[in-house]
Ligand binder design. Structure first.
Ligand SMILES: Cc1cc2nc3c(=O)[nH]c(=O)nc-3n(C[C@H](O)[C@H](O)[C@H](O)COP(=O)(O)O)c2cc1C
Ligand code: SF4
Ligand code: FES
Length: 687
């Protein structure tokens, strides 16, 4: 295996970035500068090094965060450390939009041009920005800007995110606030009137990657084992996962963008997560009850608002009891596929193969979706508790939380929550003294929508390109690292808390027979009060729109995001349930309700959706790789045409769409034509 990119060597900074994750190289085989006597006798590496391939993505992040881009020398050094063939590592690094393999400035401004932002002036914003900072991709005063798919900030459209490489630790906010600097100390207490701005000292404490399958295995009798806390060689003086400085600018104007690009540390505070929840503080909420009420930095505050009661119930009734309650509750997955959670957990728990893994899918990249972000920012301990319960039920001792790379504030809050939970015995070798070992590792995505597909997500964690796998085998049988895995969406997981505290029967009484419980809806676009709404399943679209306040001139509503479908404004009676939307020929998807007036125009909106799928297709299978390109081309041709002038291309779109639906490997290709089809058939586009 050739472990070199020519003669490229890492710079000291790049080497330090990799070493901050892996510890210093201990032999010349790993890239240490000096050869020791031992090096001359045998080659280190082999199986042990190869088993750390899952550190490739964190390693790429480490370099990209520190330097702003990944050079050949840095990649070569990372490859040597992990014994990954350079060609493969290059394939992985180029898969992700957040990584650059060519030099670029430390500051990169990502300006969202996706659906909700397009409806709120992103095109004009980009045109103005071009005048002030030059064309997208050009460099001006040490900053470059680029357009971005949905940043998950749709309630504050138009949105932008500035990421700044090179900061030793913490965020721009951390630099402003001396309390928040990287001390490695536990979190500082925050008074109730203080901002809930992210990054407490504990958020900068070292996060040590863990792998259950390195070291101790599960005892065959199901006895509790300690999740081994792997590597960093125990010698790293720096945080294992480095963070970038960031500034969120939403809603953005050209002036606030230029200011943030010039001095991100002076960007105004981001509003509290509760600002995204118009119902915050209202009685009767189950999933959003603590957002805006609880201090997201304090485990004590979380506990004083009912936190960790569900975990205690779980320990009382045991893993089988938890699965029974979740099954009886009728909980269906909220990540888009609506699969019964109890059945998934039972299938995972019953696998004889060990270890088992739990994966929380927090990749949330469906345009128009931002509910998971709001939960993680506003009530992060709830997710940690819910993951612990899910791990307990399915027999996992390690949980991976795969977090969207563009969610820096959620990252910091979750890291703080993990640190506090460990310190207080809610995670670790012996959770709550119940003899159950469980810990959670956060893995950051790096800008690839397809990594939200669960098997692509497994490949991403394992250090491969985020390409979906063929199913079967299903994750419950062979998932992460080829082991039985339960993968669930953030919203699905937090539903388990009310299920255990109120009981399955009471929970199942909410909603309808086939769609039980509460549901979160992400309302954005041309509404008066955009945000996350919690309603029992069965409320109608009209009721939700009334809550959010819709103007009279709306033209269409996109349900379920880019992978969903359009409905007309007069279809207000559609019940918001899985079965109700299906019967109406549409989908709930991940809960997106994007309201559109005529600001952008339907053909351009469809083009944007088609461009998104073409860009995000992993390219692995022909129907999707070619079909998404053909779809975009046809939409380009007919964007200004109607009637007979468009009919040939409409026919072609149908043929291509059906082929993608029938023959694509995964849900991306299978749904890439949904929105276009619904616009043609339901809204009469191109007639
Ligand atoms: C292209 C694509 C993107 C997806 N993105 C997400 C995502 O961002 N978050 C998520 O929870 N599920 C996503 N899913 C669905 C997951 O594959 C999986 O069904 C889900 O995480 C299972 O969790 P649940 O049963 O709790 O819904 C995506 C699926 C596809 C095909
Ligand atoms: S359908 Fe598209 S995204 Fe899914 S595996 Fe095929 S090429 Fe990749
Ligand atoms: S943040 Fe722009 S569309 Fe979601």
């Amino acid at each position: 295996m050739d472990l070199h990119f020519g003669d490229s060597e890492p710079t000291d900074e790049e080497r330090a970035a990799v070493d901050s994750l892996l510890g210093p190289a201990t032999s010349a085989w790993e890239g240490a500068a000096d050869r020791s006597d031992v090096d001359l006798r045998w080659a280190r590496g082999g199986r042990e090094a190869r088993e750390r391939r899952d550190l490739l993505l964190p390693g790429l992040h480490a370099v990209n965060d520190r330097v702003g881009w990944i050079s050949e020398g840095a990649l070569a050094y990372l490859c040597r450390r992990l014994t990954v063939p350079p060609a493969e590592a290059y394939g992985v690094a180029t898969f992700y939009a957040m990584f650059a393999l060519k030099p670029r400035p430390a500051k990169v401004l990502h300006v969202c041009t996706d659906l909700a932002c397009a409806g709120n002036g992103s095109a004009k914003l980009c045109a103005d920005l071009e005048e002030r900072m030059g064309a997208a991709g050009s460099v001006s005063d040490g900053v470059t800007w680029q357009s971005s798919p949905c940043l998950g900030l749709c309630e504050r459209a138009p949105a932008a995110l500035l990421l700044q490489a090179g900061t030793p630790s913490g965020t721009a906010a951390a630099q402003r606030d001396p309390r928040l600097r990287n001390t490695g100390a536990p979190a500082l207490p925050v008074g109730p009137n203080e901002t809930d701005e992210p990054v407490r000292a504990a958020a900068d404490a070292e996060v040590t990657p863990i792998r259950a399958d390195l070291g101790t295995a599960d005892a065959p009798n199901g006895a509790v084992v300690t999740p081994p806390r792997a590597h960093t060689n125990g010698s790293s003086a720096e945080p294992a996962l480095r963070r970038q400085a960031f500034a969120v600018i939403a809603p953005a104007t050209v002036d606030t963008l230029v200011d943030a690009a010039t001095a991100p540390e002076d960007a105004p505070e981001e509003p509290s997560a509760a600002m995204a929840v118009p119902q915050a503080g209202q009685d009767g909420l189950l999933l959003l009850q603590r957002v805006g009420v609880v201090d997201p930095f304090s485990i004590d505050d979380y506990r004083s608002h009912g936190g960790y009661n569900a975990l205690r119930t779980a320990f009382d009734i045991g893993p089988a009891g938890v699965i029974r309650e979740v099954t009886d509750s009728g909980l269906l997955g909220r990540g888009g596929a609506a699969f019964p959670t109890g059945r998934k957990w039972q299938a995972t728990a019953s696998q004889p193969d060990r270890p088992h893994y739990l994966v929380c899918n927090a990749d949330e990249s469906e345009p128009g979706t931002f509910k998971d972000r709001v939960i993680m920012e506003g009530d992060p301990f709830a997710l940690i508790e819910a993951m612990t319960i899910a791990g307990y039920a399915t027999g996992a001792h390690v949980g991976y939380l795969y977090l969207r790379g563009e969610y820096p504030r959620a990252l910091h809050r979750l890291e703080n929550a993990l640190t506090q939970a460990r310190l207080r015995g809610f995670l670790g070798d012996d959770v709550l003294g119940q003899g159950y070992a469980f810990d959670i590792e956060i893995r950051r995505g790096a800008g690839a929508y397809i990594c939200g597909e669960e098997t692509a997500l497994f490949n991403s964690i394992e250090g491969f390109r985020g390409e979906p796998r063929s199913k079967p085998p299903f994750p419950a049988e062979k998932g992460l690292f080829g082991k039985p895995t339960a993968a669930n969406n953030v919203e699905t997981l937090i539903n388990v808390l009310p299920i255990l505290t109120m009981g399955a029967e009471a929970y199942a009484a909410i909603g309808t027979e086939n769609s039980t419980g509460p549901k979160l809806f992400c309302v954005s676009g041309n509404v008066e009060r955009p945000g996350i709404y919690e309603l029992p399943f069965g409320a109608t679209l009209g009721e939700l729109l009334d809550l959010a306040g819709t103007p009279t001139d709306i033209k269409a509503i996109l349900l379920g995001g880019a992978a969903g479908g359009f409905v007309r404004p007069d279809e207000r009676d559609i019940p918001l349930t899985f079965e109700g939307t299906r019967a109406a020929g549409t989908t709930l998807g991940s809960g997106v309700v994007l309201v559109m007036d005529d600001t952008v125009g339907l053909p351009r909106t469809l083009l944007r959706i088609a461009e998104f799928f073409r860009d995000e297709s992993c390219g692995q299978c022909v129907p999707c790789r070619v079909g998404t390109v053909r779809q975009e081309e046809a939409l380009h041709r007919i964007k200004d045409r109607t009637g007979a002038a468009a009919s040939d291309d409409v026919a072609l779109l149908r043929e291509v769409g059906q082929t993608m639906r029938d023959a694509s490997i995964c849900g991306l290709g299978q749904t890439a034509w949904n929105a276009v089809e619904s616009a043609i058939d339901r809204l009469g586009a191109f007639k």
